[in-house]
Design a binder for this molecule. Sequence first.
Ligand code: GLN
Length: 483
Amino acid sequence: MFPTTTIASYHEQLKQEQTSCEAAVLFYLNRIKQNTHLNALVHVFEEEAVQQAKDLDAQRKAGALLGALHGVVFTIKDVITYKAHPVSAASNMLKGFKSLYHATAVEKLLDAGAIIIGTNNCDEYAMGSSNENSAYGPVKNFLDIERVPGGSSGGSAVAVQANLCMISLGSDTGGSVRQPADFCGVVGMKPTYGRISRHGLIAYGSSFDQIGVLAHSVDDVASVLSVIAGADDFDSTVSSLPVPDYSDEIKQSSTKKPIAGYFKETLLHEGLDEEIKQTHLYFLEQLKKDGYEIKELSFDLLDYIVPTYYILTTAEASSNLSRYDGVRYGHQSTPIKEDLTEFYSANRSEGFGKEVQRRIMLGTFVLSAGYFDAYFTKAQQVRKKLYEQSQLVFKEVDVLLMPVSPATAFKIGEKSNDPVEMYLADIYTVFANLVGIPAISIPLFQHSNGLPFGLQMMAKHFDEVSLLRLAHEWMQQYGHKEQ
Ligand code: GLN
C-alpha cells in the first residue's frame, strides 16, 4: 500500500477504503524516524499531521467534496513559509524564527487537502549544489550515505527518494530542484519563471527563483503544479495566464511528434563524464530510431552562462540578504554591541555561513561603483542575448535536451574546498533560469558506478503542457531500463 506510486493510485485506494490518510501519515512518520541519519528533515510536525489526517479521513467518510491533493503527504524546503511553523533557510541567522504567513504555494496545497509533515534541510539560503552548506549539517544520499544528494534542495530530493513523504516542494534558482533530482533518481521540475507565486519563498536571486516540485512520477508533478500555479496579488511577477489542468493534459498524447534539439557544445564539453555523454548520444540515436526528429543546434555562449549566473544571482542576493541585520528579527550577537556598524557586523558574521558570506561579498563587489559596468551590466547584456537565443531555439524545436549535471553524486567533502569547481558544475542547469523557461529532470539513466542520472528537458515559456506530456511519455517508454 505504502509507499504509494502516484497520487491517483493513493486516491483510488482511499476510495476503495483500503487505506486512510492517517495510515499514510503514520507510514511516512515511521520512515522519517527510521532514517534520521539522512538528515533530510529539519522539523517534523508529527501530532499536527496525524490530526490533519484524521480530520481529512472524517471529512471523506462524511462524503465531503475532496481536494485535488486530499491527504497527500508533503515536505517543504526550509525556505518556504508555513504560518506559525519554523522556517530558517538552513541558516543560524533565522534559527528559531516562525513564519507569520503562508507562502501562496503552501496555502494552495493546504486548501487542496495536502498534509505538510515537515520541512527539509537544504543549502543555506538555497546557495549550493551539494547540501553541505547547511547550519544543520549535510544531507546524505539514500543510495550511498557517503555521497551528497545534490543541492540546494537536497533534503527535499532525499525525502522523496527515501519515501519520507510522497512529494516535496523545493526551489530552483540555478538548478536546485533538477540537480538533486538527478543525483537521487527522482523527478524534479522547475516551471517557467512567473508560473508559481514566489510570495513566501525566502529570496535568493529574485529574478531567477522559482518553486519547484520533486516527486516519483511526472503525473504527480503535474497534479501539484495544477494546484500551486497561477496568479497571486502578493507577487507582481507571477503570470495571470490561465492554469491548465496539467494532469489531464498529459494523458492526451501530442497531435504531432515533437521535435527535439540539443546544443552540441553541451555534449562536447570537457567537464562532462564520458559515460553520461555516451548515454546521451545513445539516447538521441534511440529517439531517432523511434521516429523523432532530432536537431543538432549550436550554442556559442556555453562558457558564459555560469559566470553570468553567478554575477547576477550574487548581486541580487547581496541586496535580498541585506534585510537580515538582527534589528527586528534574525540572529543577534551577545553581548549586544554599542556601535551600530559593529552590531550589524557581529550579527551577520555569526548568523551567516561561509558560502553565504562569500556570495554577499561577491554580489556587493559586482555592484560597486567602479565595477558595475564591467560585471553587472555586462552580465545583464549576456542574459539578454541568451534570452534572444532561446527564443530562436524554440522556433526550431519543441523541446531542448541536455544533461542535468556533468557527473553523478560526488562524495561528501570532495568538492567543498573548491567553490569554483562546485559553481562550474551548474553548467547545464542555469540556462533555464537565466532565460526563465520551464525545465524538468527525469530519472532515465543509471551509471556503471550504480548511481542514477537524469535527462533534462526544457520547453518554451509557459509550455509546461508539452514539457510534462513528453516527459511523461518518455518515462513510460524509456524509464526503468538498463542503458
Ligand atoms: N547551485 C546553484 C547555486 O549554488 C543553484 C542554487 C539554486 O538553484 N538555489 O547557486
